[in-house]
Design a protein around this ligand. Structure first.
Ligand code: PEP
Ligand code: MG
Length: 656
């Protein structure tokens, strides 16, 4: 046995970083090591748990007694004492960028106080499980996924070690495992109970700095529960309207942001075609992504951003702030009156291009109607239910659909069946954690795996669709068999409603999303079963270039203007037109002023986008003839890179 009394040298006490180092170092010795705070009488606790070490409440100058038994006891005590005596290097003042470029996500200028999105644990259902071994395995898998997730989010940050230490902290993991085994509770509930117990330990500490590390525990709890349930519950702190900074905004968080309180969003990660980005655009909240280097952990007090250019200012000086106010006023004044729009625009040669809207529910349907959309080109039916724990019943779904359809009464409405999975987690579905969720059981695959869920939704669509020009769209189709299976489910839904004497829409045109390369390549065959095609360039780009759509570092690669994507679009347009099937584009590329002209040049005549993009797309197409756009598209197909493809349209626009 060996022992030593050591006074803590670090001005912040035994905080998370040295504690994480201490645990890692302690594990390397063949010794049982404990620490006790002689100054305040707490402990002894084992040197294996971050939470146990935190409970010592060890501040600067407190004397800790390090004791060890075992073969390497003496070496262990010496090494641990050295860590405790190490004085923290003076923290460098946080370097705050005055200005920099992030990825543009949602247009608009925002300026205001900077606040962080606060993440607490989402509501977790207290259910019991039958298969304990499977539940233990789920927890282990979720811990691995959370470790990967935190590693991605916090790489290079000095809090990563502490988070990783918490993920294997026996005070959390053993506690959660024993709850699963003893109480048969589900993994998420068990882990949350362990997190709550750990949080209480932190809350009781006197030292405010150490007490604040409770946030780390919640962060870790959040990551694990997210891996298990998919949900997420970030909230904006109370206070005046603010610019919100966040790490990887989830779709369910984006859906809950209140445009009256959120002036703008700076995502330190993320990209322009993530579902969170789509929801921000729909809500009219200016946003940028991939801003980790611009907004350090320490943040700032104020921020400005321009969501169209990607510019970000942290603590802008008064002159910059004034200039930003000016930019905001100009933007507001330049918005076009919607009354002038009838859902169609004419090229200089007379060809008509239709402007349709992507919506999620009644409120953005109203905004789209007011902006003059021709119809709904994509109703994302999963969006209203992001974060829901209880399954929406058939009647609730039908009521919500009917409210949305009523906004576009008399106009064409394309309703997509549930596109859950991937980054769109619906907690009530209790999806299995997947290593590659965007290549997993999502979209139509999930609907076909849960036929009762699919048929309930189809019945709701048919009932609400009575009297409306409703069409059904199938997401993430990769093979013909999926299309025939959904068609068969539609027939069953119709039969069931007819048998029950429920009036409903029938027959109903059924189209497919082309967003998996296999579907694009097989479009000619799929045209036998699909009444129309809608090209989802967001997923099609991600899958063609094998570049995740929400990944900040792959933003330049995941560009729908890449000639590989454009070639697939051309193939689909040719196959569709040869078979007499309409082809629209409903991915974000349709609303991208650089890419929309190329899509039109490839023969697309229906563009479906967030209604706030109408002005920019009209401007991009103004004065062009189809022949000019077709020439630009032809050139774009023949270049090597997306950047060169984008430039072809710009070159075509230059006179001469
Ligand atoms: C797409 O993938 O382009 C698309 C429109 O679907 P979502 O963005 O909802 O995945
Ligand atoms: Mg998609």
């Amino acid at each position: 046995a060996a022992s030593a009394d050591v006074a803590i040298a670090d001005p912040s006490g035994l905080h998370a970083r040295p504690a994480a180092q201490l645990i890692a170092r302690a594990a390397a010795f063949d010794a049982r090591i404990t620490l006790e705070n002689v100054t305040n009488g707490r402990g002894p606790v084992p040197a294996a748990s971050l939470i146990a070490l935190a409970s010592l409440g060890a501040r600067r100058s407190d004397v800790l007694r390090v004791r060890a038994t075992g073969r390497q006891a003496a070496e262990a005590v010496e090494a641990i004492a050295a860590i405790l005596q190490r004085e923290a290097k003076a923290a460098a003042p946080a370097a705050i960028a005055v200005s920099g470029l992030a990825i543009p996500v949602a247009p608009g200028v925002a300026l205001g106080p900077l606040v962080r999105l606060v993440r607490s644990l989402p509501d977790v259902p207290e259910t019991t499980v039958d298969d304990i071994a499977a539940e233990v395995e789920r927890l282990r898998r979720a811990l691995e996924l959370a470790a990967q997730d935190l590693d991605n989010a916090l790489r290079g940050s000095d809090i990563l070690d502490a988070h990783q230490a918490l993920l294997c902290d026996p005070a959390l993991v053993d506690e959660a495992l024993s709850r699963i085994e003893r109480d048969r509770c589900n993994a998420a509930w068990a882990f949350c109970q362990a997190i709550d117990a750990a949080a209480v330990i932190y809350r009781q500490l006197e030292d405010p700095y150490l007490r604040a590390r409770e946030a780390d525990v919640h962060d870790v709890g959040h990551a694990v529960v997210r891996a298990l349930l998919g949900g997420s519950a970030g909230t904006v702190p109370d206070g005046p309207p603010a610019v919100v900074v966040v790490d990887d905004l989830t779709p369910s968080e984006a859906a809950r942001l209140d445009a009256a309180r959120v002036l703008g969003v700076i995502d330190r990660r993320g990209g322009p075609t993530s579902h969170a980005a789509i929801l921000l655009r729909a809500a009219g909240i200016p946003a940028v992504a991939g801003a980790a280097a611009l907004v350090p952990e320490a943040g700032g007090a104020h921020a400005g951003l321009d969501g169209a250019t990607g510019e970000v200012w942290i603590d802008p000086d008064p002159e910059t702030a004034l200039a930003l106010e000016g930019r905001r006023a100009v933007l507001r004044a330049s918005r076009r009156p919607a009354a002038a729009r009838d859902g169609r625009l004419r090229l200089a040669c007379g060809r008509e291009i239709e402007l349709w809207a992507n919506v999620a529910g009644p409120s953005d349907a109203r905004a789209a109607r007011d902006a003059g959309a021709l119809g709904i080109g994509l109703l994302r039916t999963e969006m209203p239910f992001l974060g829901r724990i209880d399954e929406p019943g058939e009647a609730e779904q039908a009521a919500l659909l009917a409210e949305t359809f009523a906004v576009f009464a008399g106009a064409p409405i394309v309703v997509r069946t549930l596109d859950a999975g991937g980054d769109k987690a619906l907690p009530y579905l209790a999806l299995e954690a997947e290593t590659n969720p965007s290549l997993g059981v999502r979209g139509v695959r999930l609907s076909l795996a849960r036929p009762a869920l699919l048929e309930a939704q189809l019945r709701a669509i048919l009932v609400a669709g009575r009297g409306h020009d409703v069409r059904v769209l199938i997401p993430m189709v990769s093979t013909a068999a999926e299309v025939s299976a959904v068609r068969a489910a539609l027939e069953r839904a119709h039969d069931a409603l007819a048998a029950a004497g429920m009036p409903h829409r029938w027959p109903v045109a059924t189209g497919i999303m082309v967003e998996v390369p296999s579907a694009a390549l097989m479009a000619e065959r799929l045209a036998r079963q699909a009444d129309f095609f809608s090209i989802g360039t967001n997923d099609l780009t991600q899958h063609t270039l094998a570049a995740e759509r929400g990944h900040a570092r792959l933003h330049a690669l995941a560009d729908p203007a890449h000639p590989a994507v454009l070639r697939l679009v051309r193939a689909v347009v040719e196959a569709g037109h040869a078979a007499g099937r309409p082809v629209s584009v409903c991915g974000e590329a349709a609303g991208d002023p650089d890419v929309a002209p190329l899509l039109v040049g490839l023969g697309v005549t229906q563009l479906s986008m967030c209604a706030s993009a109408f002005d920019a797309v009209e401007d991009a197409l103004a004065g062009a003839t189809f022949a000019e756009l077709a020439a630009a598209a032809e050139e774009a197909l023949a270049v090597d890179e997306a950047s060169a493809a984008r430039a072809t349209r710009a070159a075509a626009r230059r006179p001469g």
